[in-house]
Design a binder for this molecule. Sequence first.
Ligand code: G6P
Length: 614
Amino acid sequence: MCGIVAYIGPKQAYPIIIKGLKRLEYRGYDSAGVALIDNDDLNIYKTKGKVSDLELATEGKNIEGNLGMGHTRWATHGEPNDRNAHPHLSQSGNLAVIHNGIIENYATIKEALEIRGHTFNSDTDTEVLIHLIEDIQENEQISIDEAVRIALNQVIGAYAIVILVKNEPAKLIAARKGSPLVVGIGQEEGEFFMASDATPIVEYTRDVTYLNDGEIAIVKDGKLSIKTIENIAKTPFIQKLEINLEEIEKGGYPHFMLKEIFEQPKSIHDSIRGRIDSTTGKIAMRSIQEYEDKLRNVKRLILIGCGTSWHAGLVGEYLFEEFARIPVEVEYASEFRYRNPVIFPDDLVIAISQSGETADTLAAIELAKEKGATVFGICNVVGSSIPRFSDAGAYTHAGPEIGVASTKAFTAQVSVLVIMALAVAQIRGTISQERLRLVLSELESIPALVEEALKTDEDIQKLAAIFKDSRNFLYLGRGVNFPVALEGALKLKEISYIHAEGYPAAEMKHGPIALIDEEMPVVVIAPKRGVYEKVMSNIQEVKARKGKIIAIVTQGDTKIRAMADHVIEIPDTDESLTPLLATIPLQLLSYYIAVLRGCNVDQPRNLAKSVTVE
Ligand code: G6P
């Protein structure tokens, strides 16, 4: 939610910032802006719209400068227009700020500042923060660094900020609480980068330090120093970036989403690699080994997440109950955190998140930890906040996911959940060695089977052409494939703006059946395993009302083929793993429908990939 990038060093800042903003655009694309210091001038350009609109707005303007910062916005306070676009200036114009997050007490601070003569040019909470900093600095006659520190002690909310000081052109100040910020240490003397994630930095340097909550980074006269908002100096912990440039580029695909869908054989392979061995039945996952005693006796699991990650949690519920025989609750992080939930110290909470930065999921973790529960994180982005705040966990290793609609992160999360559930089952003795080896060996084959499922691509393009103008879609699934129905519906509505609902197939008759007529496509996930016969009855119920059936079936299926209007075949596998295959055609279907409808697939309207506000 909002992307920020900044540069100080010997190079020209503008091209680095623009390129960086394009990489961060998945975080929001309501407006974009840049601030550059060229000698004594502070030049700010900003506009409603995308980074490409910002480029147009800067044509013919002075974009010189070795120090600058840029912002791409996902609007929270104030509509997406030019005046609310970042950067924002202080009262005198000496300070400029970019911000990702929300200053919750901005209204009270604004009122107090207005009484003191401050005037504001936007409706944002961000502008209030920079005015406050300047007000403190002028009143108390202190350095800007110190004023930033004092101001941050007065604000409530979440932020990652970068500040430029017009009359101190060798300085950059950044701080974080709740929203991510990474500092890159450039290869040249006095060269530093700051950004919401490492993607704008990786082509210049691999040395980075992730700011912790409540830390302020100051680059001054070519040196980086870090202190806390309590004024305690910190030694930066420098680590090496592991991502590659190719991973964050489209690599010949028209959209990141399509690239990421087709990457799934590899991303699933990477998420299981080194963790399982079907011949010996061995599972190696450090967090599980470290917490073996706890897991042996754990009474309940609570899986939390948002969006697609919550859907992975629902698959996880099935897996843990099936294999490890542990009661599981799956919670939306946003509901869990505000509901005074009953949490026991012997509960294990598993937080699932692609970005590792989702504000509600982070807050839910905090709550669970306060109540004494152990927290595991399943995250994709290495070094992000959730893994750092969790007691233990596992990375999904799916590689950077840039398309706003999550695809490969979901299948990687499910793969990791399968491994965790089997490992816990092994510890608790709830699975036979034979079954364990069988599921492990099927899991080892999944990357190849996903490859096979991707061959449905051409058939799905044809289907997309038939159904692209539908106004509603219903997705039905049962058991472990009910969450897949939810995920299929979510994908379609996110990127094509067609209304879609996911439902447990049998629940259909308690409501959605009223919507079914000859106009209604109904996607039914009906692999041969599980409650196959029951799903067939549900298909009949839809047919009787003239609904159009698109069935996802196991290769070679004849019974459903005879009933359905369209069938898409996926390879056979163990029932517990069918979500990993059934998801693939649903992702492709939403993708092609969205493309045919002329939608911006990678940047769907109003959405952002990393939701760092609650
Ligand atoms: C946003 C994204 C979704 C994602 C959800 C949770 O809504 O658009 O794709 O599933 O956030 O994000 P997380 O990073 O926690 O998985």
